[in-house]
Each structure stands twice: as structure tokens, then as C-alpha cells.
Design a protein around this ligand. Sequence first.
Ligand SMILES: C[C@H](CCC[C@H](C)C(=O)SCCNC(=O)CCNC(=O)[C@H](O)C(C)(C)COP(=O)(O)OP(=O)(O)OC[C@H]1O[C@@H](n2cnc3c(N)ncnc32)[C@H](O)[C@@H]1OP(=O)(O)O)[C@H]1CC[C@H]2[C@@H]3[C@H](O)C[C@@H]4C[C@H](O)CC[C@]4(C)[C@H]3C[C@H](O)[C@]12C
Length: 407
Amino acid sequence: MREKSRGSLSRCPSRQQVPSVLGRSSMALQGVRVLEFAGLAPGPLCGMILADFGAQVMRVDRLGPATPTWMARGKRSLALDLKRPEGAAVIRRISRQMDVLAEPFRSGVMEKFGLGPEILRKDNPRLIYARLSGFGQTGRLSKVAGHDINFLALSGVLSKLGRSSETPYAPLNLLADFGGGSLTCALGIVLALYERTQSGKGQVIDANMVEGAAYLSSFLWQSQNAGLWSQPRGKNMLDSGAPFYETYRTSDGKFMAVGAIEPQFYALLINGLGLNCDELPDQLSISDWEEMKKKFAEKFAKKTQAEWCKIFDGTDACVTPVVNLEEAALNEHNQERGSFITDEDHNVSPRPAPLLSRTPAVPSTKRNPLKGEHTEEILQEFGFSKEEINQLYLDKIIEPSKLKANL
Ligand SMILES: C[C@H](CCC[C@H](C)C(=O)SCCNC(=O)CCNC(=O)[C@H](O)C(C)(C)COP(=O)(O)OP(=O)(O)OC[C@H]1O[C@@H](n2cnc3c(N)ncnc32)[C@H](O)[C@@H]1OP(=O)(O)O)[C@H]1CC[C@H]2[C@@H]3[C@H](O)C[C@@H]4C[C@H](O)CC[C@]4(C)[C@H]3C[C@H](O)[C@]12C
């Protein structure tokens, strides 16, 4: 998303500024070397998280025409043909000096290249070999293709999502791809890095989106007997059944989000709506929720979003405006915190989270790497001679960087 002229977003200190801004501190993952194999979405976010917190992430791209990539800030790109033994041999040699390898393929693909964990971890016992898949490295589905919605479906979580009048609804590709996939894989890598400081050994991480999404939803599983989910989907308190945990349209076609769960906050909501608790059914009277929703909807439809904000802002009524991405970046609270940053192309994106007090992430503000932009640089860094690199060109294992081609 590009920065609008209105409001000034905080500029994230660039890496060059870090010493002056943060004194002598370095980022938490400074010096960790990661080889990320290019994937669709879960792998790239996992790699971006590591890069944001200081890791040196090198992405292994396929040869051929560039395809759109996202979440590549702070990474470098090495493009080579893994299907050729000479290409796989390059990766095997580089992996000897790697801390982490992260691959986003179906189970068995890396083994086809002769780059499975048994081989690479024998070469480099300190290597942390992270495998981010959909269904995991074993099991009847381990070699089956799939996307977020499939993994969310098989985790059981999708069956609980969506309004009662509709089919189950996957919230974009956030829960399985990114929450259950990228984040749990990044957590696994950090856990393995920490453990390696004690044992001196790496290990294999089987991160997968079915189990990651299920794990993320542990509350759902562990609260089944708490009466929170006794109604059909879309009729419970937190799944759009309750009037006090819902979104409502305002007179100007925007929306307000209401999350007034506790009685003391619910009382403030009722007051802000100009209603009287004494004239209403009990807050937790499920049979009255449908009617209450209609009453709340009528009320919210009478004022604009800005007018409701004047009534509820700063109160404990748990009522907030539903803002779009641009508004979120310009929101005063978010601006006070510097929650969103802009890169040198004026693209706006969320600041890395969480915020570490002494060694915060300092994401790169530079553009994403072009496919193969750093192939030669990386090969030289890992000891390949000019002659070896030239031979790789001749054998079409690597190809000239698009940047050079554009010059
Ligand atoms: C990015 C947008 C959002 C996508 C999110 C989506 C909702 C997801 O859920 S992503 C999660 C996908 N699943 C997993 O990651 C689980 C594990 N992985 C897999 O299951 C599989 O990898 C797979 C199903 C994702 C893909 O299967 P595939 O058979 O292709 O690959 P694998 O079996 O894993 O084997 C890898 C093969 O690749 C070869 N390889 C790898 N590296 C190299 C190399 N360096 N050299 C040579 N070969 C290499 C390897 O050999 C294997 O080959 P073989 O199989 O032959 O052995 C996207 C949402 C919409 C997209 C856009 C849209 O589709 C339109 C355009 C389409 C165009 O084609 C591209 C641009 C688009 C704009 C496109 C862009 C984005 O993708 C989207 C925006």
C-alpha cells in the first residue's frame, strides 16, 4: 500500500541508522544465516520475520521469468536450477555454512534433489532444517497439494467459522498460511537456535499448517465444555451470535466493532447507545440475542462512524471504528506508536512485532530483491571461484541477474 500525503507515517530507522539509533545493540538474530527456498506465502513470511529481526536470509529462486513476490524485504536472491545435479551441488556446498534452511515444498521434494535433511545434516550437524508444509512430512496426505483453506478445513477450525446463515468462511489465508504456518515455523527455528546454544546441534522442524492452525486454536478445543460453543455455528458469543460481539453499519456506510463482553463494559455500551439496561433482556439471554442485534443495528444506523467515535472513543465500552488499511496506518494511536512504517518506495506496511526494548527489529527499507540479483555475490561469499561461477553460467545452472540485464 502506498503512503498517502495526509499525515506523516513514522519512518523505520534503516539498517544503516541502527548503530546511531540503537547504540551498540544489534538485532536479536544478527549473524544467523538462513537459506530460504522460494515459496508462495507461508515460507516468505517466515523468512521475512527472520530477516526483520536481523538474520541474513538468502532466497533460492527458480530460473526463468520473474513472478510477483511479496514479503521479501531484507532478503537477497540466488537463482539456480535445482533440478540439475550441479545446481543441487551448489546448495549442498552452501548449506555446510548455513545456520538454517527453510523449504516450503511438499514432503519428499528436497529428497528428490538429494538435499534431504539426512544428507545436509550429515554435512553440517549444526544445520536447523525447517520444513514448512501443509499436511506435514508424514501421513497419507503429506504429498498432496493444498492451500490455506484446505489446511484450515482439516484442522477442524474452519467448521467453527462463519455466520449461521452462510457456509464456513476462511478469514483470507491468515489462519493456516500465516498464523499456523509462518509464525509456528519461525518459532520453531528460534527454539532450535536457542537449543543449539546448549547442545551445539541442529535438528529438523516439521512445521505444517494443519497442526499449526489447530494449535493456534487451542482455546477453542479446551473451552468446549465451558458452554461457549453449545449453540450451532454463528449462534455463539464469539462467532457472531451475540449482539455485544458484532459489527454494525453506521449511517455513512462504515462500520463499528463492538466487543463489550464483561457486564461493566456492556453497561457503557448500552449507555452510549442511549438505551436503558432496565428495559432490556439480560445480556446473556441467548434467546433474545437476535432481537437485541436488530435493536443495536437500528441505533448504529442513525449516526456516522465519526459521531459514534466521539461517543465511545477512550471509554471502556469496547467499541472501535472498523478502519481500512490506509486509515489504520494514519490512526492517531497507531501513529503515536509507530505501528506502521514506509519503505523508500513509500510503500506502507506493519512494523515487525513484537517490539523488543533493547534489540528491536529494524526491517530493511529497500526494495525487494530481483530474482537472481545476488547470485554471484552469494556464490563468491561462500567460496565459489570466478572460474566455477563462469562454468555455472555456461552450464545454465545460473543466469545473469535481471538487474544487469536492465542496465
Ligand atoms: C501468493 C498468493 C497467495 C497464495 C496463498 C495460498 C492461499 C496458500 O495457501 S499458499 C500455501 C500453499 N501450500 C503450501 O505451501 C503447502 C506445501 N507446499 C505444497 O503443497 C506445494 O508446494 C504447492 C501445492 C504449494 C505447489 O505444488 P507444486 O507441485 O507446484 O510444488 P511442489 O510439489 O512443492 O514441488 C516444488 C516444485 O518446484 C520445483 N522447484 C522449486 N525450486 C526450484 C528451483 N530453484 N529450480 C528448479 N525447480 C525448482 C521442484 O523441482 C518441484 O518441481 P516438481 O514438482 O516438478 O518436482 C497467490 C494467490 C493467487 C496467486 C496469483 C494467481 O495465481 C495469478 C498469477 C498466476 C501466475 O502463474 C503467477 C502470478 C500470479 C499473479 C499468482 C501470484 C501468487 O502466487 C498469488 C497472488
